[in-house]
Design a protein around this ligand. Sequence first.
Ligand SMILES: NC(=O)c1ccc[n+]([C@@H]2O[C@H](COP(=O)([O-])OP(=O)(O)OC[C@H]3O[C@@H](n4cnc5c(N)ncnc54)[C@H](O)[C@@H]3O)[C@@H](O)[C@H]2O)c1
Ligand SMILES: O=P(O)(O)OC[C@H](O)CO
Length: 365
Amino acid sequence: MSTKSIPVVTSNNGTRNRGRKVAVIGSGSWGTTFAKVLSDAGCEVTVWARRPEIASEIQVAKRNSQYLPGINLPKTLKATDDLATALKGARLVFLAVPSQTLRQNLLDLEPFLDRRSVLVSLVKGVEQTTTMRMSEVIIDTLDIGPERVGVISGPNIALEIAKEQPTGAVASCVDLQVAQEIATSCSAPYFRTYVNTDVVGTELGGVLKNLIALAIGIVDGVGYGENTKAAIITRGLAEMTEFAVASGADPVTLSGLAGLGDLIATCQSPLSRNNTAGRLIGQGYSQEETREQMQQTAEGITSVPPVLELAHERGIVMPIVEQVQMVLSGTMAPKNLGPHLATEDDVPRPELRLGVPQPGVGSAL
Ligand SMILES: NC(=O)c1ccc[n+]([C@@H]2O[C@H](COP(=O)([O-])OP(=O)(O)OC[C@H]3O[C@@H](n4cnc5c(N)ncnc54)[C@H](O)[C@@H]3O)[C@@H](O)[C@H]2O)c1
Ligand SMILES: O=P(O)(O)OC[C@H](O)CO
């Protein structure tokens, strides 16, 4: 056997990002992990933590033992509980807080923002009270143009990435140059970031896969096997695509990392909080008991009602998401969730239609 050494894949972003100051708002599992990615890509990173004890543990011990047990964070990573300190000199500001608190967090940080800064959402939820996507919440709250707002999404289970297991993501902004700047800042040797300008599709991929992962968790909790799960994933992708296209997304985005890629990761991983929440509900725990058991954010649970509200407005049928809603509200037993009850057809329908689903031209579902 040859003893030749195998070349190690490295990134030159360490030098490309030299001197680039960035801030990460939120120090839960994803905020802390993403701060590590940015640091490993060569950026000068400061994380803002709401709780002083978490800021202090990251700053001093280079650990976040509540969210990333056993992970050593980069020596250069800084943390603070002071927004002004975190945002000083940051051209890129990455947001990693729960979707339902983002609006208030933005109001709090607005006085300290550089006027040229770009805000990048890492959040995969919808605001319940307004049904807005996170990029819309940013634009609405800060009254800034879409060229100053980006989104990053993809198959990104935090703990795997914190262990430097390789994966990819997409950085999206209506301005391609800004998307490229964001992608450069977070391209580390184990984290490959692609670009697109389809903010709607990139963002909705991350929101909608959580709802399908809840369904997968529910049937897993019931004890159903791989056929049921494969059918839900496949039909789930069709629901996601139809909803996203009706919202203005490019269907191609939904077959990329932010759509299919993230759907696979979230539906397969026992580390996924949405998958886990679904599993607990499938095992018979109430929504309240499930919330109590979950120590971390499961965005899917709060996104179901606003997504269905938007689907009804747009004339989109989402049988799997409707079933998840019925299970969550206690009007359907978890064992009844599955593609067999999704529709009642007089005449069996074709499985797939060629071409792109068009809003208002009959449902692909
Ligand atoms: N964890 C992942 O693998 C992952 C990956 C990609 C995207 N995301 C998305 O990132 C977002 C954040 O998720 P997470 O995994 O970091 O969640 P988490 O539950 O691990 O952490 C949430 C953080 O927000 C803080 N927080 C709670 N209320 C707050 C408030 N009012 N103001 C400010 N901070 C508050 C918590 O203290 C915690 O630090 C979610 O939208 C999630 O979908 C998570
Ligand atoms: O743990 P979840 O279910 O919030 O999923 C985490 C990420 O979104 C996976 O990409």
